[in-house]
Design a protein around this ligand. Structure first.
Ligand SMILES: Nc1ncnc2c1ncn2[C@@H]1O[C@H](COP(=O)(O)OP(=O)(O)O)[C@@H](O)[C@H]1O
Ligand SMILES: [Mg+2]
Length: 281
């Protein structure tokens, strides 16, 4: 399974960040990989280093220790190799949907007319037909998210890094977006690494789920999800689904055990009280 030839492969990756000159160990000896065409999710307590891990994969940050390979090659400069949708990815309010979508292509130097042509081809798939000339404020949350997705997908990278893309959406819109992403991924055949705080989302979408410990983030559990594909939302009621979810929630809950002194981040504890499976943010 673990193989340095994979699309992305990390071994022993550590990272220390500095706040006010004081070192903060954020990631500790993280081993991680995603195969070609695989859908991999990362869950873990708030502040455990998930976004930092994506930043490192994207090449925005360098690890302090460990090795990273991209498509089987050492990847000292990885910037631009992956499509990256940040946690706070915002559309530019002064650009139309179409012009927001082509931002990445423009930065790459693709002529505007050609970029527009490519974007228009995908508008239907992204549920944005008829909204090309609208400005972001006129769109629903789900549509804004799909427009940001379109921008990421248009960059035509084989690897997409998605940082909590549905975190700000209401529950129903989120389910629609998850089903839409499943369809899109099954047709695009791209490798996706998704950070999420929603355990259902991780199980429903993924081939494998990484659970990170509280900071400094270490890999606590790697869980295969062998549910059949294509996946549908009603699978969340299947016994197999519920069992996988229980395993993940248990693993997250251990992270918040009072003995570990991580009371501030209590993933899994809240769902016991409120019946939801979201990791508190
Ligand atoms: N640029 C930075 N400088 C210093 N500390 C940071 C920086 N970015 C994030 N941190 C801290 O590092 C920890 C991990 O952050 P992050 O990777 O964003 O966590 P997560 O995405 O899992 O919530 C947090 O405690 C955060 O406050
Ligand atoms: Mg984050």
């Amino acid at each position: 399974m673990d193989n340095p030839e994979h699309k992305i492969w990390l071994e022993g990756v550590s990272k220390v960040l500095y706040t006010n000159g004081r070192p903060l160990p954020v990631l500790e000896r993280v081993d991680f990989f995603a195969q070609d065409g695989e859908f991999v999710s990362i869950i873990g307590p708030s502040g455990c280093g998930k976004s930092t891990l994506l930043n490192i994969i994207a090449g925005l940050e360098e690890p302090d220790g460990g090795a990273i390979r991209f498509g089987g090659h050492d990847a000292p400069s990885r910037l631009g190799l992956a499509g990256y949708m940040h946690q706070k990815d915002l559309l530019l309010p002064w650009r139309t949907v179409l012009d927001n979508a082509i931002l990445g292509l423009e930065v790459q130097g693709v002529p505007r007319s050609e970029a527009h042509r490519r974007a228009r081809l995908l508008m239907g798939r992204f549920g944005l037909t008829g909204f090309e000339s609208e400005y972001p404020y006129a769109l629903s949350g789900g549509m804004r998210q799909r427009a940001a997705f379109l921008r990421t997908v248009l960059a035509e990278k084989d690897l997409l890094l998605l940082d909590e893309p549905f975190g700000a959406l209401d529950a129903l819109t989120r389910v629609h977006m998850q089903e839409w992403l499943l369809d899109l991924w099954e047709s695009l055949k791209k490798t996706i690494v998704l950070v999420t705080h929603d355990v259902d989302e991780a199980v429903l979408l993924s081939d494998r789920v990484y659970v990170l410990t509280a900071r400094p983030g270490r890999v606590k559990l790697v869980q295969r999800v062998d549910l059949p594909r294509p996946r549908r939302y009603d699978m969340v009621t299947w016994g197999e689904f519920v069992a996988l979810k229980a395993t993940l929630v248990r693993s997250l809950r251990e992270e918040s055990h009072p003995d570990r002194g991580a009371e501030a981040h209590i993933p899994g504890a809240r769902e016991l009280r409120h019946g939801s499976t979201e990791v508190p943010q």
